[in-house]
Ligand binder design. Structure first.
Ligand SMILES: Cc1cc2nc3c(=O)[nH]c(=O)nc-3n(C[C@H](O)[C@H](O)[C@H](O)COP(=O)(O)OP(=O)(O)OC[C@H]3O[C@@H](n4cnc5c(N)ncnc54)[C@H](O)[C@@H]3O)c2cc1C
Length: 403
């Protein structure tokens, strides 16, 4: 049986960024990343909007605010250094109605407090100088935002890792022993002194395998995209976002010109019928039952069923989706929207029905569990990795050459 100092469970961008940061920080430390799929980045990392978030939205002082701002600068430098597709295209966050102005001002205040560079307010006329086809009563210009090819970054991290990436290793059991843990999948096992759980949509289940009762449950929220037809793609230069509803950690349907030049509209946020229930895949009855049994989910529905029903209605009707998109770019018509992909967010929900807003990282003597790392988790991944590497170094102490 192979033995490692550290095993990272989950080969998404956060798992690989964390393994890379640990390998750098603890010289001589043996590391393996265990990934259940045949390739890295197969779930949230490979199904997201590809946006490099600036750090505008997040509560000052929160982990999200600090790690997003640090992380976006590290990510930009990483992509430049390694020649990976990336563009600091900037974005605008548009207030479409006067009643959204106070929330937009709050974003401006947060952005300034979070240390964003170049953030400024735009008048209605100035919006059109940046995005000639967009409309609104006012907006924020956020020059530090951009777009990145996160799957490429993840593959690059995997290929450069000083350690093993073991694919097709779906962790199904973790047994604690005096000097570490035995981690098993169907048919094989490895041993480790320390575990990092970055299993995304399954992180609460992996925590439970390790003997930790997570204080939250992952509820999967699907985000569905449309792609603008080539004739409509010229309506969008870069990134156009609405002012988000402050009650939810989702950013609202927006326009993203991706690194490959295509323009996506979305994502929305609807309950997924399974933790890996993408467009075209079959619902997972076990996952749905688990969600419905969770008191936190039932309380969430009790509070927000109207919003949830409206999202589901919009998901089912292209014309309704187009109507939402038209609020930002009035020329959009239903025939401009081609069905695109979908991603599933691993959103932690507390037993009292609250959507966990900040990143949640829980430590025990032999493990670190990442229990909530939705957007901007990809942007922040390199900074999250360094943050976790520091925690691991404290636990493993000088024995593995921490520096
Ligand atoms: C629709 C959508 C849009 C988003 N847009 C953005 C954006 O524009 N910008 C941004 O910064 N962030 C965005 N995010 C968030 C971002 O994608 C995530 O924060 C980030 O990818 C999380 O990375 P991760 O490594 O934690 O999770 P994942 O990428 O989900 O990786 C977890 C890995 O763990 C593996 N795994 C799970 N269980 C096991 C097991 N038992 N054994 C072994 N392996 C296991 C999975 O197969 C998976 O590969 C978006 C997310 C979604 C869903």
């Amino acid at each position: 049986m192979n033995t490692y100092d550290v095993c990272v469970i989950g080969g998404g961008i956060i798992g690989l960024a964390t393994a890379t940061a640990i390998a750098r920080r603890l010289s001589g430390c043996s590391i393996a990343v265990l990934e259940k799929e045949p390739s890295v980045g197969a779930h949230q990392t490979g199904h997201n909007s590809g946006v490099l978030h600036s750090g505008l939205y997040y509560k000052p002082g929160s982990l999200k605010a600090r790690l997003c701002v640090e992380g976006q600068r590290q990510m930009a430098a990483y992509c430049e250094e390694h020649g990976l597709a990336f563009r600091r295209s900037g974005k605008i966050v548009v207030a479409s109605y006067p009643h959204e102005l106070p929330a937009m001002e709050e974003l401006y205040r947060r952005g300034i407090e979070n240390g964003l560079e170049g953030l400024r307010r735009l008048s209605s006329a100035e919006i059109r100088e940046i995005e000639p086809h967009a409309t609104g009563v006012a907006a924020l210009s956020v020059p530090e935002a951009g777009v990145v090819d996160y799957p490429a970054v993840t593959r690059h991290l995997a290929s450069g890792l000083q350690g093993d990436v073991i694919l097709g290793f779906g962790v199904s059991a973790i047994a604690n022993a005096v000097d570490g843990v035995t981690i098993s999948s169907e048919g094989s096992s490895v041993r480790a002194k320390f575990v990092v759980n970055t299993a995304g949509l399954h992180s609460d289940r992996v925590a439970r395998m390790a003997g930790v009762e997570p204080p939250v449950q992952i509820i999967p929220f699907r985000g569905e995209y449309y792609t603008l037809t080539p004739d409509a793609a010229s309506l969008v230069n870069a990134l156009i976002y609405p002012v988000p509803d402050p009650r939810f950690p989702f950013l609202g349907v927006h326009f993203t010109r991706r690194v490959d030049g295509s323009v996506e509209v979305g994502p929305n946020a609807v309950l997924a019928l399974g933790r890996e229930h993408y467009r075209g895949s079959r619902p997972n009855a076990g996952d749905v039952a688990e969600t419905l049994r969770y008191a936190g989910f039932r309380k969430l529905v009790g509070r927000y069923w109207r919003t949830g029903a409206a999202e589901a209605w919009r998901s089912a009707r292209r014309s309704t989706y187009a109507r939402s998109a038209r609020v930002l770019v009035p020329s959009i018509q239903p025939e401009h929207l081609e069905t695109g992909g979908a991603g599933i967010r691993a959103q932690a929900v507390t037993p009292d029905g609250a959507l966990v807003d900040d990143f949640s990282i829980v430590q025990t003597d032999s493990a670190v569990h990442v229990l909530n790392a939705p957007s901007p988790g990809a942007t922040a991944s390199l900074a999250i990795g360094s943050h976790i590497a520091a925690l691991v170094a404290q636990r493993l102490g000088g024995g593995s050459g921490a520096h």
